[in-house]
Every structure is written in C-alpha cells, then in structure tokens.
Design a protein around this ligand. Structure first.
Ligand code: SF4
Length: 342
C-alpha cells in the first residue's frame, strides 16, 4: 500500500492551514512515515502535480490522500481521520483477544484502578479495537471519543436515539461526528414496542408511573441490541455523579446485566475516578465539542421531558427525573452491575 498526500498551496503562495493541521495530526500520532509521498496542488498552477491528480480523480478539496494498493487499485480519502481510522490504524488493529476469565479481569481491574483514563481506554482498545463501543451522549462520553481518537486505534461509537432528545443534543451528536469524522451508530427504539406504549399510555406516562417502562423501550432494549454486537463497552460514568447509585463503580468490571457478541461483556468506566471539574478542564483545554445546553444550566443531560437545568448548589443528577426518589434516578443502562471482586 502506498499513500500519497496532496497538499494545497494557495494562490498567494501560502500553504493551506487545513493541510498543515492534517500533517500535524499524522506526526503527533506517529503516522507521518506512513505517507509515501507528498505532492503539491498549486492553486495558481493547474499543471502542478497535485492539481493534475485532483483533476484526474475529481477531487477539489485539499488535503486529500490517494491510497494505491499493490494490485494498482486506488482509493481517495478526503478526511485524514478517516484515513487514519480505516487504513493507517489498521496496522495496529488488535487481534481479537480471547475472553477474559473473571480472575484475569479482576487482576486487570486492580492494575488499572487509579490509572489515567486514557490508559484505561487504551488497554481496552488494544484488546478489542472496534469491538469496544463507546456509549456516547454527554460531556464525559465525548472525552472518551477524544481519547480514543488520540489513541489512533480502531474503536466504535453508538448513541441511544430515544426520539425525545433535545434539538441541541442532536446538533451536538452531529458536531462530534463531524469533528472526529467517525460513524456514530444511532440506536432507535423498537417501533412496535414504542407504538404500543404511546398508544396505551400516551407520551408522558413516566410522570404518572415512573420512567422505567419508557426508558426500557427507548433506552434499555436498544442498548441491549447495540451491546449484542460488541465484546466490551466504555461509559463516561463517574463515581461522584450519584452518591446513591454510582459510588461503587470500578474502572474495569464485568457487565453483569448485559451480554456481548460472545456472551460475557466487559465494561470500562475510565472516568470513574474523575470529577466534573476534571472533565470540563479536559474539554476546555482541548477544544472538545460539548452540548450547548451546558451553557444554560444543564449538567447531566438526557431526554428533553426528563431533564431540567439545575440550580447552583444542586447535585448534577438533580435535573434528571426530579419527580422521583434519588435512588431511582438511573435509566436501566447501568443498574445491576456488580463491582469486580477484590
Ligand atoms: S428519559 Fe424520559 S423520555 Fe427518555 S426514555 Fe426515559 S422516561 Fe422516556
């Protein structure tokens, strides 16, 4: 495989900024030496090699990458991240590891406890690659997406599209998809089950008889489907998010609630030991995208009818299902997961 990078030189002689950023990204990830050659597309010179190549391939934007296989076939990548994720990181694609016995998982959990979240996530990605899915919806989750992207190892991302999310959340999902140039599998509820619920109980039954039934259809069943294709998943859960329900989560644990593609499923909570302040410091320092609702007092963001902004001094989960007891403020995605044996 030979990779050619086409960089643009603007009509005023300046190099294109996006091309420089792409090169920097490749260098930062130690992948620059995987680029076989660089050709310039001079805006002012249609005969320059890069302009000629662009014309032949029908590509007008730069940078772009031409991957030429040993058999002569060619593939064009207009996104450096797509190139990295699909082609350059493939060399480091992990061989699917055998299932971890409980004792090995416990040992790994002990070893990884207290380590930096990026190390915990890398441990999982090196082991499972794209068979590890990042459950994405909020600020913590996009931190994981950023870390996975930095690791330059294959990974996958899924998101539970309950159909009741805020418009801002849909825009946030799209911003993350575009920023990291990744596929995000949007998991929708089973149509028949949802239609049945709405027909029987309307659109706001959770205010009358609790959120379990609606969350079960809109979140838990789609999650079960998503996890059924994976061998491990990573969540953005933190212990201090909920003293009532999350204080015991471990960085690495066996998921005792859901099953994966091969049966047992491993759950990573790389941010278990982080505080909200650490998450936001990470987001600010790296320019990571976030949901604009955070600027309006929303902290923990779920579905629109079940999320409200919190007041100063209120706990961050106080804005979720606020009409219910604090011990019930989980949507069924994380309940019933026993911590690993110590
Ligand atoms: S958070 Fe509310 S709207 Fe969303 S699935 Fe649960 S009960 Fe339904």
């Amino acid at each position: 495989m030979h990779v050619t990078m086409v960089k643009k030189r603007l009509a005023n002689g300046e190099p294109c900024r996006k091309c420089a950023q792409a090169e920097e990204l490749l260098r930062n990830r130690g992948l620059w030496d995987r680029i076989g050659d660089v050709v310039w597309a001079d805006e002012a010179d249609p005969a320059s090699p890069g302009m000629q190549l662009g014309a032949r391939l029908g590509v007008t934007l730069a940078p772009f990458f031409l991957v030429r296989e040993d058999d002569g076939s060619e593939t064009v990548y207009e996104s450096v991240l797509k190139l990295v994720n699909e082609r350059l990181a493939v060399a480091a694609k992990p061989v699917p590891a055998p299932a971890l016995a409980d004792a090995d998982l416990d040992a790994a959990a002990r070893d990884l406890a207290g380590r930096d979240p990026s190390e915990i996530l890398r441990w999982g990605l090196e082991r499972w690659g794209s068979s590890l899915g990042i459950a994405f919806s909020g600020a913590e989750d996009v931190v994981l997406v950023h870390m996975a992207s930095e690791a330059a190892l294959p990974f996958s991302v899924f998101c539970l599209d309950t159909g009741r999310l805020h418009p801002e959340t849909y825009r946030f999902i799209e911003a993350v998809r575009e920023r990291y140039e990744i596929e995000i599998a949007l998991m929708s509820p089973d149509a028949a089950a949802l239609e049945g619920l709405v027909k029987r109980k309307g659109l706001f039954s959770f205010h009358e008889d609790g959120h379990e039934e609606c969350c079960g259809i809109r979140k838990v069943e789609p999650l079960r489907r998503a996890l059924g294709t994976l061998r491990a998943w990573a969540t953005g859960q933190r212990r201090d998010q909920s003293p009532a329900t999350r204080s015991a989560i471990a960085a690495v644990e066996r998921d005792r609630t859901f099953s994966g593609a091969d049966g047992p499923l491993v759950k990573l909570n790389p941010l278990a030991g982080w505080t909200s302040a650490q998450v936001w410091s990470y987001i600010r320092d790296r320019g990571v995208p976030f949901n604009s609702l955070h600027e309006r007092g929303f902290v923990s963001i779920g579905c629109e009818p079940c999320t409200r902004a919190v007041l100063p001094g209120e706990h961050e989960r106080a804005g979720r299902w606020w009409w219910e007891e604090s011990t019930k403020r989980e949507c069924g995605l994380h309940v019933g997961v026993a911590p690993p044996k110590r």
